[in-house]
Write a protein that binds this ligand. Structure first.
Ligand SMILES: Cc1cc2nc3c(=O)[nH]c(=O)nc-3n(C[C@H](O)[C@H](O)[C@H](O)COP(=O)(O)OP(=O)(O)OC[C@H]3O[C@@H](n4cnc5c(N)ncnc54)[C@H](O)[C@@H]3O)c2cc1C
Length: 366
């Protein structure tokens, strides 16, 4: 495998680095506050104006037709520069790949450019009170109505939904378990939203109540009843490359090594181990990207990446909090630590990922 970057890739890296050096703002308020949400949307619009918000998308939708390798380079520079969290993340990394693969051209042209500029911010509405790991148990329904569908039911743990303008998720249109599910988009206006406080006290996610919300047929993604297949394709983007690229962990690892510079050798050794693991994840991901670019599928192996990055992130933040002791609360490390605790849960828990790895990657008996 060739680990050298091409001239064009190096030029792209330099362009991104220079642009970020000139534009990254001072830390914004949390995106889980109204003012922070607005400030993060404004930042996304600025990124989009430089055509940097979705570099790997087609130019027609606001991207640059860049390769996955370029996107990974962008991510490394983005997180190393200390740029803001991506408020449009769930739309950009989960809904957009789904629309690219299963949506109509009209849906792509309607929604993707708006998403790229954060005109709309999307929340993922999959989980329900009785359907998390066992997603096929979901009971929210879409009932046929004149010109569209009426939505009924209760979703939960929907990130950014406290302030998002739109959502997307699975609704039952017929059948049982994974049969008869339909993938739908909806505007948030008529959904009753009940914010849920995370460990930091801010409403990072919300419950959603649907009581006959009407959505037109143009908001159905793919065929009615084909939602499970579409959702399963989206999960490999979520767990794999797109939701958590290595750049984020490399930036954390660099900061951790700096923090541990004068620490007790045992702690410093743990920091170095985290750094080498972040680098290993980086190299592994370049390999995955090359395979995807050659037309191969990411498939269930993305579950290995998900377990690896979530455990690494937790180890890094745990060590930082140990190194800082009482001072951790005066730094961003404490918030980072609280969020890292959720890594083994969201995007499918690590217990579930280990079962997928055992059965579908290693071929062990059920
Ligand atoms: C920070 C955060 C953000 C989130 N954002 C979103 C979002 O935007 N949209 C959304 O739809 N959801 C979101 N979620 C929800 C997340 O997807 C679910 O929490 C997750 O899928 C687990 O489902 P659950 O909470 O119902 O737990 P359960 O499924 O009830 O699991 C409870 C425990 O039992 C274990 N378990 C369950 N079944 C098995 C099994 N068969 N074998 C072994 N162990 C098992 C699980 O691993 C877990 O430890 C978010 C969660 C978090 C923490």
């Amino acid at each position: 495998m060739d680990l050298d970057f091409s001239r064009a890739e190096q030029d792209f890296r330099a362009e991104v680095r220079d642009w970020l050096a000139a534009h990254v703002p001072a830390p914004l308020p949390s995106l889980d506050t109204p003012e922070g949400f607005a400030a993060h949307r404004a930042w996304e619009a600025e990124l989009a104006a430089a055509r940097l918000s979705v570099v790997s998308w087609p130019a027609a939708y606001g991207g640059r037709d860049a390769s996955l390798i370029d996107w990974l380079i962008f991510e490394e520079e983005y997180w190393a520069a200390g740029a803001p969290a991506r408020v449009g993340q769930n739309g950009i990394f989960l809904l957009a790949p789904t629309l690219m693969a299963f949506g109509t051209e009209e849906q792509r042209r309607t929604w993707l450019p708006r998403m790229a500029r954060a005109d709309d911010v999307w929340a993922q509405a999959w989980s329900e009170p009785e359907a998390g790991s066992d997603l096929a148990a979901l009971t929210s329904r879409a009932v046929r109505a004149d010109g569209g569908w009426r939505l009924y039911g209760h979703k939960t743990w929907s990130s950014r939904a406290s302030y998002a303008s739109h959502g997307f998720g699975l609704f039952r249109t017929s059948g049982a378990r994974h049969r008869g599910l339909t993938y739908l988009m909806f505007p948030m206006d008529e959904v009753t939203v009940r914010p849920i406080a995370q460990l930091d006290g801010l409403p990072g996610f919300a419950e959603l109540f649907f009581d006959g919300v009407l959505v037109p047929d143009s908001m159905v993604i793919g065929e009615v009843g084909d939602g499970w297949r579409i959702a399963m394709a989206a999960t490999s983007s979520e767990r794999g490359l797109t939701l958590r690229s290595p750049g984020r962990f490399l930036a954390t690892a660099d900061r951790l090594v700096a923090l541990a510079r004068d620490a007790d050798p045992v702690l410093a050794d743990r920091a170095v181990r985290c750094w080498t693991d972040a680098e290993a994840y980086r190299l592994h991901t370049f390999g995955t990207a090359r395979r995807l670019m050659a037309g191969e599928e990411a498939g269930p192996a993305t579950s290995m990446g998900k377990v690896f990055w979530s455990e690494l992130d937790l180890r890094m933040h745990t060590l930082a909090v140990e190194l800082l002791g009482d001072r951790a609360g005066e730094t961003p490390w404490l918030d980072g630590f609280l969020f890292s605790l959720a890594g083994p849960i969201y995007a499918g828990t690590n217990e579930i990922q280990r079962t997928i790895i055992a059965e579908r990657v290693l071929g062990l008996p059920r």
